[in-house]
Design a protein around this ligand. Structure first.
Ligand code: SF4
Length: 281
């Protein structure tokens, strides 16, 4: 990409982020003086703490392994400090690929009968942030990737407004097959597909998970309650802080939720020490 193309791409991204700020009613947008934009796709991050290597074990290759996820815990007021990822990223990427192969042509729940495609999670194995939504949309099913269409475009604005890029975030859904007529996934379907999600999150071990909506929040933290009450308050899954909030689909349906959702995402930014979009030099 030439410097001119890079600048134009940055301006397009910044315009989307500013629009999101305006739509969310946040008039406190500011870019700290002195910040320098890194090359596109790279995000300035605080260094991860280091610790002795830990073996996550072999990638799941049996149905039994895939059905025994880490146990979700009840919500806690003060989640424990994030446990750093200690396995080399290449091994984590390999484990994610092995899990995708293991899923194969899955028919563990009734959603297999109606789906056009399994929509696997996407994103880097060393992502600092993971976002979990409920289920693939029609656009997701067509493209084979989560968070496409209008909701995906809004999500991208939100991610850029946070100072990240879509490519740096791990994006997943609780169930990987689209429910017919976009109905809510049933408890059986979540019980069947949830272990895949938890295995993926256990491999990536992001520093923060954002749960978009009640179903993803409860899939990770069963006792979390309702999203209107729980949103904006930190929960905990396996030592990883979870921030429940409204996702793009809800925000598209009700613009009044944009401001509180942005307030929740600012807590995530503070936790990740993100400062918003960077200016080009
Ligand atoms: S939703 Fe998950 S468990 Fe159910 S068929 Fe699809 S991939 Fe398998």
């Amino acid at each position: 990409m030439t410097p001119r193309q890079e600048l134009l791409a940055w301006l397009r991204a910044a315009r989307g982020a500013v629009r999101w700020h305006v739509e969310s009613g946040d008039d406190r947008l500011s870019v700290p003086a002195g910040f320098v934009m890194p090359p596109l796709g790279r995000v300035e991050v605080a260094p991860r703490p280091t610790a002795p290597a830990r073996n996550l074990g072999p990638a799941p290759m049996t149905p039994r392994a895939a059905t025994e996820p880490p146990q979700a815990r009840a919500p806690s007021v003060a989640p424990p400090a994030h446990a750093p990822v200690l396995v080399p990223v290449v091994e984590r990427a390999g484990a994610l690929e092995a899990l995708t192969r293991h899923v194969g042509d899955c028919s563990r729940c009734a959603l297999a009968e109606h789906r056009r495609a399994i929509v696997h999670a996407v994103g880097p194995a060393d992502a600092r942030l993971a976002i979990v939504a409920e289920a693939p949309s029609a656009d997701d099913e067509t493209s084979g990737q989560p968070f496409r269409g209008a909701a995906g475009e809004l999500l991208e604005k939100m991610i850029i407004a946070m100072g990240l890029s879509r490519e740096t975030v791990y994006l997943a859904t609780v169930v990987m097959c689209r429910p017919p007529d976009d109905r809510e996934a049933t408890a059986n379907e979540i019980a069947a597909c949830g272990p895949y999600l938890k295995q993926r999150l256990g491999i990536v071990r992001p520093e923060v998970i954002v749960a978009f909506g009640e179903l993803p929040m409860r899939a990770l933290v069963p006792g979390a309650g309702s999203i209107p009450k729980a949103r904006g308050k930190w929960l905990d899954w396996e030592g990883i802080p979870v921030m429940p909030t409204w996702g793009p689909t809800s925000l598209l349906a009700d613009a009044e939720k944009k401001r509180p959702a942005w307030d929740d995402l600012k807590k995530v930014m503070a936790r990740l020490v993100l400062t918003g979009p960077k200016k080009p030099t």
